[in-house]
Design a protein around this ligand. Structure first.
Ligand code: ZN
Length: 132
């Protein structure tokens, strides 16, 4: 795992100074592939910029008007928790191998195949029932 956090003092267009945090995280996490159910290593890269504001009230007020994420200045700022949140946000919802190491059974039905097989198309069968 690699991560970097750097704090910088920046001045906005209105001339106000604020503290920014630039965060970058690269981590490889072991997940379970949702296709073959084998372990898969997922590489996660997260990069975000945060601006510190004085209070929760200011954060609520400014949150809609700015593109960056806001953090409330606090004595107990938890960088580890922030990094964890960022990584969780970037994790794929459905982790999968690009190519699974084991053969995967597919259960995707091909309607044309079914028809060629001589079996009635379920939708055609339904339509026939309705027509009665
Ligand atoms: Zn897989």
């Amino acid at each position: 795992m690699y991560w970097s956090a750097s704090f910088a003092l920046r001045v906005d267009q209105a001339g106000r100074q604020s503290v920014w945090l630039d965060l970058a995280v690269d981590v490889s996490l072991e997940q379970i592939c949702q296709r073959c159910l084998q372990p898969v290593t997922v590489a996660v890269h997260a990069e975000s910029a945060f601006r510190f504001v004085a209070s929760e009230a200011v954060a609520e007020q400014e949150d809609d008007d700015c593109e960056e994420d806001l953090l409330v200045t606090s004595r107990t700022f938890d960088l580890a928790a922030l990094i964890e949140d960022e990584v969780l946000l970037e994790l794929p919802l459905v982790p999968r191998h690009e190519v699974c190491p084991v053969p995967v059974k597919t259960t995707i039905a091909d309607p044309e195949f079914d028809q060629a097989d001589g079996k009635p198309n379920p939708f055609a069968a339904l339509a026939a029932l309705k027509g009665r």
